[in-house]
Design a protein around this ligand. Structure first.
Ligand SMILES: NC(=O)c1ccc[n+]([C@@H]2O[C@H](COP(=O)([O-])OP(=O)(O)OC[C@H]3O[C@@H](n4cnc5c(N)ncnc54)[C@H](OP(=O)(O)O)[C@@H]3O)[C@@H](O)[C@H]2O)c1
Length: 281
C-alpha cells in the first residue's frame, strides 16, 4: 500500500472525509479535493494527526466548474507519477434549480458531469498505475428514476429530488459504460450506495428541508464511518481486485435498477456528457 496514490473528491466533510481518513491509515499518499482552503487545511491537519500519515494533502476546486476541473487535472497530471485510486464522491441535492458557472443545471453539473470530466482528464495517470481503481459514489436513490434525456437539466419542470435521483442513476450508467471501455486495461471501476448517512448532505438547502433532513438523519441514519465502508472497500480491499462494472451496497455486489441497464440511455448520456463537457474519451 505504501506507494499508492489516492484522490478523493468531496473530502472535506461527510463520507468523503472519513474515506480519506481511512485511506490515509493504509499508508498511501492521499489527496483530498476541497473547495474551501481553510476547511481543507483543518481537515488535512486532523487526518495527518489521527492517521500518523504525513503524506496527506489537498487540492482546491469547485467541482461544478469545468474550468476548475481542467485546472485541477492539469496540476495533478503535472505533479503525480501515477494515480492508483480516484474516488468520485462529491455530490449534493439542490432543492431549487440553480445553474453552474458553465450555465448547466447544478445537480447534473456537479454530481454527473464532474465525475465524467475529472475521470476522463485523469485517465492516463490511472492507466500508469499497475491496477488502478475508479470508485463512483452513487445512491439507492437512483431507484425509480429515469433520466429525461430530452431535458436532462430540468428546464421544463424542475424537482430537486428527481434531479438528484437522475444524477445518481447517471453515476451508474457512467460506471457501467466506463467499465466496458476499460475492459482489459487493468483499470477497474465500480459504484456504490453508501447507506443513509448522518452527514451534512442536503443541509445546503437551508430552511425546513435542512431541519427535516437533520431529524431524519438523527432517527434513521448510519454514521459517516459506516457510510464510508463500501467506498474504502472498493478503493483498497484485495477482495475486489479485478472486479469491475458492478454496483455495491454494504460491501457486496448488489442489483441496480432495471433503468441502469438500459444501454440506449447509457449511450445517449455518454454522448451528451461529451458534448456538454467538450471532452471525448
Ligand atoms: N448522506 C447520505 O445519506 C447519502 C446517501 C447516498 C449517497 N450519498 C452520496 O454520498 C456522497 C457524499 O455525500 P455526503 O453525504 O458525504 O455529503 P456532505 O456531507 O454534504 O459532503 C459533501 C462534500 O462535497 C463537497 N462539495 C459540495 N459541493 C462541492 C463543489 N461544488 N465543489 C467541490 N466540493 C463540493 C463538500 O464540501 P464542503 O466541505 O466545502 O461543504 C463536502 O466535502 C454524495 O455523492 C452523495 O450523493 C449520500
Amino acid at each position: 500500500m505504501t506507494e499508492k496514490v489516492f484522490l478523493v473528491s468531496g473530502a472535506t466533510d461527510g463520507i468523503g472525509r472519513v474515506t480519506a481518513m481511512e485511506l490515509a491509515q493504509t499508508g498511501g499518499q492521499v489527496i483530498l479535493i476541497g473547495r474551501d482552503r481553510a476547511k481543507a487545511e483543518r481537515v488535512v491537519g486532523r487526518i495527518k494527526r489521527d492517521s500518523g500519515n504525513d503524506r496527506v494533502g489537498f487540492e482546491l476546486a469547485d467541482l461544478s466548474s469545468q474550468s476548475d476541473i481542467r485546472a485541477l487535472a492539469g496540476r495533478l497530471n503535472d505533479s503525480l507519477p501515477h494515480l492508483d485510486v480516484l474516488v468520485n464522491n462529491v455530490g449534493a441535492w439542490f432543492h431549487r434549480r440553480r445553474l453552474s458557472v458553465d450555465g448547466i443545471e447544478m445537480t447534473f453539473a456537479l454530481n454527473h458531469l464532474g465525475y465524467f470530466l475529472l475521470t476522463g482528464l485523469l485517465l492516463e495517470k490511472l492507466r500508469q498505475a499497475p491496477r488502478a481503481r475508479i470508485v463512483n459514489v452513487s445512491s439507492m436513490a437512483h431507484r425509480g428514476s429515469q433520466i429525461d434525456l430530452d431535458d436532462p437539466q430540468g428546464t421544463g419542470r424542475y424537482s430537486g429530488w428527481r434531479a438528484y435521483q437522475a444524477s445518481k442513476l447517471a453515476n451508474i450508467h457512467f460506471t457501467f459504460r466506463l467499465a466496458e471501455m476499460l475492459d482489459g486495461s487493468g483499470v477497474s471501476t465500480n459504484c456504490l450506495h453508501p447507506g443513509f448517512v448522518a452527514s451534512k448532505f442536503a443541509h445546503n438547502n437551508g430552511g425546513w428541508l435542512k431541519w427535516a433532513m437533520i431529524l431524519a438523519q438523527q432517527l434513521a441514519a448510519i454514521s459517516e464511518k459506516k457510510g464510508a465502508r463500501t467506498s474504502v472497500h472498493l478503493a483498497a480491499s484485495e477482495a475486489v481486485a479485478g472486479v469491475s462494472g458492478k454496483y455495491f451496497d454494504k460491501c457486496e455486489i448488489a442489483e441496480s435498477s432495471a433503468q441502469s441497464h438500459d444501454k440506449e440511455a447509457r449511450e445517449r448520456l455518454w454522448r451528451l456528457s461529451e458534448d456538454l463537457t467538450d471532452f471525448g474519451y
